[in-house]
Each structure stands twice: as C-alpha cells, then as structure tokens.
Design a protein around this ligand. Structure first.
Ligand code: TXA
Ligand code: MG
Length: 343
C-alpha cells in the first residue's frame, strides 16, 4: 500500500472522508498531536489501527467528534460535569471518559464499558470528521511506545505503507496529547495531564483527583485506571536520563557524567552556554524556552524524535517545571526516560 500525502484542500478532505468511510486508516492533524483515524463504528477498521501501531489490545481509543450534538448517541448518560467542561474547553485539548453507549464497538474501548470522547479544535480535523460523516476513533499516529507525531513527516516516518493516507495540517499547536479526565469516578479523576491543566479543570468542576500514575511509576501488578499509563511510552531508542534542578545543576551533572558521544537535550540557548560557560562542547538538541512551558510542550516530541534520527545512544535531558502545562511535559518525559531520573 502506498500512503498518500493529502493537503487540507476541500478536494483532499473529501477524499480523506471517503477513505475513512471505506474502512481505511487516515493520519489526521489535531491541535495536540497527529491521530491515526478510522470509522469508530467499523470494528474491522478499528482493528487495523491496533495492527498498524502494534498497540496492545487492552489500550482503549479516543472517539473524536466534530460537534457537541454528536455526544448524545455515543454515551449512556452525559454527566453534569461533562456539560460544564464542554462549555469551557470544547472544542479543544480535553478528553472526557463517560459510560459508553452500546453502539460503540467494544474493540474501541478495549472491552471497557466507558468511552473516551474528544471534540478537537483543529479546523482540518473537524472538516475530516464531517467529510467522513461518522465519529473517528483515533490514537496518536505513532508506532506504539514511540514519541507522538507533531508533524505529518513524523506520521509518514512511522506509518508509511501501513495506512491509506495522511492529511498534512502543519505542525500541531500544543504538541502534547489531550488532557484525559474520567467522569465515571467521584470525584472525577485526571488520568493524563495536557494543555487543559488541573487548575483549569478545578476552576470549572471543583474537586478532582489526580491519578498517582500521572507523576509516578505504576506499582507491580497494579490495575491501570488508564491502560495507556502502564507501558513504557513516548520513548525514543535513545537512552534518556532526566536531569532535575536548574541550569547550573544540569550543567554540573552533565560535566561529571557525560561520556563522548552523549547528547544534551536542553532549553533554547543552553546548548551554547554549556560550551561557553562550562567548557562542555557536546552535541545538543533544544526544546522550547525555559520560561515558556507551552513552547516546551510544542517542541518535546520533535526533539525526542530527532535524537533517534541522529542515532544518539544516550541523552541527558533538562527537566521541565512540573506545573501547569509543564505537568504534561513532565509526565511524558519521565516515561520517555523509563523513570530514570537523576541529578
Ligand atoms: O490528543 C490526543 O488525545 C490524541 C489526538 C489524536 O486526539 N490522541 C491520543 O490517543 O493521545 P492515545 O490513544 O494515544 O491516548 C489515549 C489515552 C490512552 O492512555 C488510553 O489508555 C486512554 O486515553 N483511554 C482511552 N479510553 C479510555 C477509557 N475508556 N478509560 C480509561 N482510559 C482511556
Ligand atoms: Mg498515544
């Protein structure tokens, strides 16, 4: 199969919609990361997603809609908290878990009786959903376990020859996946941090719980509230060491521990400073500005992917501040590092 590269022209969007209705897989841009989409009502098409990604069958998918009215048919009930959160943050980078209607094939929910729903803000994503005329089940469009794709070339890199098409919608605005909250627990529980921060959720619905796996490694034998949290995730082939502390502490740690061939992954301008201020002339990749958490989110996955492209064996990564959107960046980094946190 040759993977077609489509644009966001009306003609191409119609073609993407037709491919999806035929049961094919299409890579689609969203404001978070690229998704690997299929008709959510077509169990065979959804099975093909798991195959193309090499995704474990017990990890459920998010169902994407283009308008709020579509929510009704997909869930058994709409909790009051969902109405409030949708009014505040949809369309946008927020996924809500609710009781699944019977119409949702259980392969989508990995056998659970809950379903994750998201209404993306990316215009091209919504036009593709409209053109398909059905909700789209879509995980991130990476090979399972690898960093998510934030550009169409990343999707081509992982999925070329395995899917019918990719729609190029440019670089994703946020760069980390949506916030996932389940409304099937009391209080609602944050399962995955994203650009809609815990404070933003609390401002609308009051008390929320934060699943401990957001920041910590899961315990041996523990049942995952969100199955996606139990796998090593977002990880390049490069061995990642996450270095905590400020720039001076990072530089000192790198100086004491780096071996020839190791890479630094740090914030904008810091690669030069390692050399000029600390005499450490190493290869480096930068991901965002130190004082701008959104820029770190946006640059994170492309930077991790570049480490692999460069063939880097090991990288010492400057840790972000785990607050606000930085909590999402931290959550991805600790998994990319397999919880190898040093410094
Ligand atoms: O931003 C995003 O959410 C992107 C774009 C494409 O929309 N999608 C995405 O999908 O990140 P994925 O499959 O990579 O991550 C979905 C996460 C997984 O951790 C999965 O376990 C969790 O959501 N999830 C989905 N349905 C669930 C459910 N019913 N109960 C608990 N967790 C669920
Ligand atoms: Mg994913």
């Amino acid at each position: 199969m040759k993977t077609k590269l489509l644009t966001s022209s009306q003609e191409d969007i119609i073609q993407a919609g037709r491919l999806l209705r035929e049961g094919k897989l299409v890579g689609i841009p969203t404001e978070t990361v690229y998704g690997l989409a299929a008709n959510a009502f077509d169990a065979d098409a959804v099975a093909a997603i798991f195959k193309a990604k090499g995704r474990p069958a017990d990890n459920p998918l998010i169902v994407h809609i283009s308008r709020l009215e579509q929510l009704d048919g997909l869930v058994k009930e709409i909790p009051e908290a969902a109405v409030q959160l949708a009014a505040a943050y949809w369309p946008g980078p927020l996924t809500m878990i609710m009781p699944a209607a019977d119409i949702i094939p259980r392969i989508v929910t990995a056998g659970l009786d809950t379903v994750a729903i998201r209404l993306p803000s990316h215009e091209t994503a919504r036009r593709i959903i409209d053109a398909a005329g059905v909700p789209l089940a879509a995980p991130s469009a990476n090979t399972s376990g690898k960093p998510s794709p934030t550009q169409a070339v990343h999707v081509i890199h992982d999925m070329n020859g395995r899917i019918a098409a990719v729609v190029d919608g440019g670089e994703c605005r946020f760069g980390v996946e949506s916030t996932v909250i389940t409304l099937c627990s009391d209080p609602p529980m944050l399962l995955r941090p994203g650009a809609v921060t815990p404070d933003m959720l609390r401002a609308v619905i009051g008390e929320i719980a934060v699943n401990h796996a957001v920041l910590e490694r899961m315990n041996e034998g523990e049942t995952a509230a969100s199955p996606g949290m139990k796998y090593k995730h977002y990880a390049p082939d490069t061995d990642i060491r996450l270095v905590t502390g400020d720039f001076e502490a990072y530089a000192a740690y790198c100086k004491a521990n780096m071996l020839p061939g190791d890479w630094a992954m740090c914030f904008s301008g810091e690669g030069k400073r390692l050399e000029q201020e600390h005499g450490l002339a190493v290869k480096y990749i930068e991901y965002g500005q130190e004082d701008d958490l959104l820029s770190q989110a946006k640059g994170l996955f492309a930077a991790l992917r570049r480490l692999d492209a460069e063939g880097a064996k090991r990288a010492y990564v400057r840790c972000c501040r785990p607050e606000g959107v930085g909590l999402a960046v931290y959550n991805r980094l600790v998994r990319a590092a397999g919880f190898n946190i040093v410094g």
